[in-house]
Design a protein around this ligand. Structure first.
Ligand SMILES: [Zn+2]
Ligand SMILES: [Zn+2]
Length: 326
């Protein structure tokens, strides 16, 4: 979780990715209603040119502007569930796209129940018979992988919260075999296209006639970086496997342990429960969000850190880099 670059540049402009990296920018970190300092749920997960807006609470477009990140490439929105504090911002966002900002297309992903409500908001209230200004697709997703790029995937998994079809998301780099630079140098493999061939899995022949196989210079298969984002949830026992060994876990923390009963009643978590999940699942870094204005941030942090020291409580406009923990 540090700022190490995602790419290693070698001579002759051959670029190898060392390990892929996700960045998460928090746009809204408040629970249910905004506070003076916290907007409603929204965050952007970024990798290379890909950007995913996860949830879009009321006021998200203002947060996007204030953060300086802009609307460009923000064409994929993933929704965790259909509660108003996670979707109302879609109305304003679309309204802005109607008149002020151009975007090439907009794809909104979520469970059936969530998308039904979003459909009512966008088509019943905002558009009311008008055609969307760009291709607009509401994509119902079920648990499983629904997005694949060259070097990472995004998958959905079921989450237990009030109402049906609640989802969490896993962003995961593809497993890969690291290129052993020192070994290659030892074997006399020049810097340049030869190394690229080996990374691509092809055997090469050196000028002196020796043949070098990929196995000679590639290390054992390593899993990719893993970022898990859970929205609101009332349970953690069913999240243990999906969170296993995650490099970072983002999860709600609406209550403190002193109100654990109320947390259960409203199907939310306490800071302690989030921390216990992180500990049991072998997570490397825990980031708490969906913070209620009834508590002080330091009390939320303290409760979690007593169980899981590597915890942060996200604030609006915080950015975290998620890298594979060694
Ligand atoms: Zn919520
Ligand atoms: Zn909710």
């Amino acid at each position: 979780m540090n700022a190490a670059p995602g790419r290693v540049k070698l001579r002759n402009n051959v670029t190898f990715k060392d390990s892929i990296l996700f960045e998460i920018l928090f746009l809204g970190t408040s629970a249910s209603a905004p506070s003076a300092k916290r907007g409603l749920s929204a965050q952007i997960v970024k990798h290379d040119e890909y950007r995913f807006l996860v949830d879009c609470g009321e006021g998200t477009q203002r947060q996007i502007l204030q953060s300086g990140t802009g609307f460009k490439n923000l064409s994929r929105i993933l929704l965790t569930h259909g509660h108003l504090d996670h979707i109302l911002g879609l109305g304003g966002l679309l309204s802005t796209f109607l008149r002020w900002e151009a975007i090439e297309e907009l794809e909104i992903f979520g469970g059936r129940f969530t998308l039904d409500r979003v459909h009512d908001l966008l088509y019943g209230v905002v558009l009311r018979g008008n055609t969307p200004p760009m291709p607009l697709r509401l994509n119902e997703i079920k648990p499983g992988t629904f997005f694949e790029a060259d070097d990472f995937t995004v998958s959905a998994f079921p989450v237990s919260h009030r109402g049906p079809d609640c989802l969490g998301y896993v962003f995961e780099g593809n497993a890969r075999r690291p290129f052993l630079n020192e070994k290659a140098t030892e074997l006399g493999v020049p810097f340049g296209p030869e190394r690229k061939e080996l990374v691509a899995g092809n055997e090469i022949t050196l000028p002196d006639g020796r043949r070098i196989k990929p196995d000679d210079v590639l290390g054992p298969l390593q899993r990719g970086v893993k970022l898990v984002v859970v929205g609101d949830t009332g349970r953690t026992d069913n999240l243990l496997e999906v969170c296993r060994d995650a490099d970072a876990l983002v999860i709600e923390s609406t209550y403190l342990d002193e109100e654990a009963e109320m947390a259960g009643e409203f199907s939310h978590l306490t800071a302690r429960q989030g921390a216990e999940l992180a500990l049991k699942a072998g997570v490397k870094k825990l980031i708490l969000t969906h913070i209620s204005r009834r508590y002080r941030e330091k009390d939320v942090l303290k409760e979690a850190q007593e169980i899981f020291p590597n915890t942060s409580v996200a604030r609006d406009f915080d950015t975290f880099q998620v890298k594979r923990a060694e």
